[in-house]
Design a protein around this ligand. Structure first.
Ligand code: HEM
Ligand SMILES: *[C@@H]1O[C@H](CO)[C@@H](O)[C@H](O)[C@H]1NC(C)=O
Ligand SMILES: *[C@@H]1O[C@H](CO)[C@@H](O)[C@H](O)[C@H]1NC(C)=O
Ligand SMILES: *[C@@H]1O[C@H](CO)[C@@H](O)[C@H](O)[C@H]1NC(C)=O
Ligand SMILES: CC(=O)N[C@H]1CO[C@H](CO)[C@@H](O)[C@@H]1O
Length: 327
């Protein structure tokens, strides 16, 4: 299916989300049509420029939107800096590897110049994540807008993010707590078709899976050749080196994540775990074998759903002037 057709399908599907998703009731696709009609053009133009200079930021923007939505809802709390009296989400261990905060401030500043005090940081991030996927040759979708920014960010709450060592039972519970189902879990995991991970994140799978810290203590569910390949890149104590999560096409949003998972060549135990349930396994195997346009359509749907998690609307929260600090 051509990309234009996918877009058409998405637009015709959009009303279903209104009917079935109560949290989306106050978001709308034309939220800024009167107050900031060029919002999408401004974000897209900036994104094209940012990614032409720093292409590796596409994946971090997508991941940042996910981290925002899973902690306190999509309210921009991930963007707030710590203060003298508070440690923010940004400074919690799961955020060690988040990048691109400066670029988000630049896009927000452009929007403040065009339409002051109007577009929330939470919406800016949702738009940037969408454009990051599109510019990585993935699908696009209509972003529902009208999120307001929260005023609180607590490092401790990042424990609501899914840990990469988890088995499926726990991942399902973590997603369910956000109103996301088994299909969203397998589909959104496909985001790992772009981006990188730190050696330190995966070193336990390579050297210390059960805590014995010896050369045989590997994750038994990872392909042996792939373990050897990763070990050649990552020493046991390496904290800096990055590995491509989808080797060879980590800059392209495609369905190769599912090929990797099917071959037990995925970065995380949580990716492998998708093979331990009959529904998610069937999804992985089907999409390892093609059906990219169906994955693209599913990804767009699940991203819209994730973008609705715990949003602030109406008079809740505020519209931040700068994303790193409350007004
Ligand atoms: C089962 C749930 C998930 C787990 C356990 C998980 C875990 C992780 C971890 C540990 C990293 C690498 C961090 C590092 O070492 O630098 C990562 C990277 C990434 N994740 Fe996830 N993730 C999950 C779901 C998602 C979702 C839902 C999205 C987006 C929709 C996403 C998007 C990304 C992206 C794009 C990267 C690459 C970031 C970069 O290149 O800097 N992940 N994830
Ligand atoms: C998943 O992990 C939990 C806690 O570690 C454990 O109780 C459960 O049995 C595990 N489930 C599977 C299928 O391994
Ligand atoms: C190995 O794993 C154990 C248990 O998870 C952990 O306590 C220990 O710090 C790890 N050792 C290394 C060198 O990472
Ligand atoms: C783990 O093993 C490596 C050698 O494989 C060693 O250098 C390191 O000190 C060990 N770490 C711990 C905590 O035992
Ligand atoms: C604990 C820690 O390393 N926190 C980091 C979180 O991310 C920000 C922005 O990249 C870093 O400045 C912090 O050091």
């Amino acid at each position: 299916m051509a990309r234009k057709d996918i877009l058409a399908v998405l637009i015709t599907m959009v009303p279903c989300f209104l009917l079935f998703s109560s949290t989306s009731a106050q978001l709308s696709v034309d939220y800024y049509s009167k107050t900031c009609p060029n919002v999408e053009d401004i974000v897209r133009k900036e994104m094209i420029q940012i990614l032409s200079v720093a292409p590796s930021l596409a994946a971090p923007f997508l991941r940042m939107h996910f981290h925002d939505c899973f902690v306190r809802g999509c309210d921009g709390s991930v963007l707030l800096d710590s203060t003298k009296i508070n440690v923010a989400e940004k400074d919690a261990p799961p955020n060690l590897s988040l990048r691109g905060f400066g670029a988000i401030e630049r896009v927000k500043a452009k929007l403040e110049a065009a339409c002051p005090n109007t577009v929330s940081c939470a919406d800016v991030l949702a738009l940037m994540a969408r454009d990051a996927v599109w510019l990585s040759k993935g699908p696009t979708w209509q972003v529902w807008l009208g999120r307001r920014d929260g005023r609180l960010s607590l490092a401790g709450e990042t424990n609501e993010l899914p840990p990469h060592q988890e088995n499926l039972t726990q991942l399902i519970q973590i997603y369910a707590a956000k109103g996301l189902d088994l299909k969203d879990l397998v589909v959104l995991s496909g985001a790992h078709t772009i981006g990188t991970a730190h050696c330190s994140t995966i070193s336990n799978r390579l050297y210390n899976f059960t805590g014995q810290n010896n050369s045989n203590d590997v994750d038994p569910f990872m392909d042996k050749n792939y373990i050897a390949k990763l070990r050649s890149k990552c020493s046991p104590t390496d904290k800096k080196t990055l590995i491509e999560m989808d080797p060879g096409s980590y800059k392209t949003f495609d369905n190769s994540y599912f090929k990797n998972v099917a071959k037990r060549r995925s970065a995380f135990h949580s990716d492998w775990a998708l093979l331990t349930d009959s529904f998610t396994k069937a999804y992985v195997l089907k999409h390892a074998d093609g059906f990219e346009s169906e994955f693209f359509q599913d990804f767009a749907e699940s991203m819209i759903k994730m973008g609705n998690v715990g949003v602030l609307t109406g008079n809740q929260g505020e519209i931040r002037k700068k994303c790193y600090i409350v007004n």
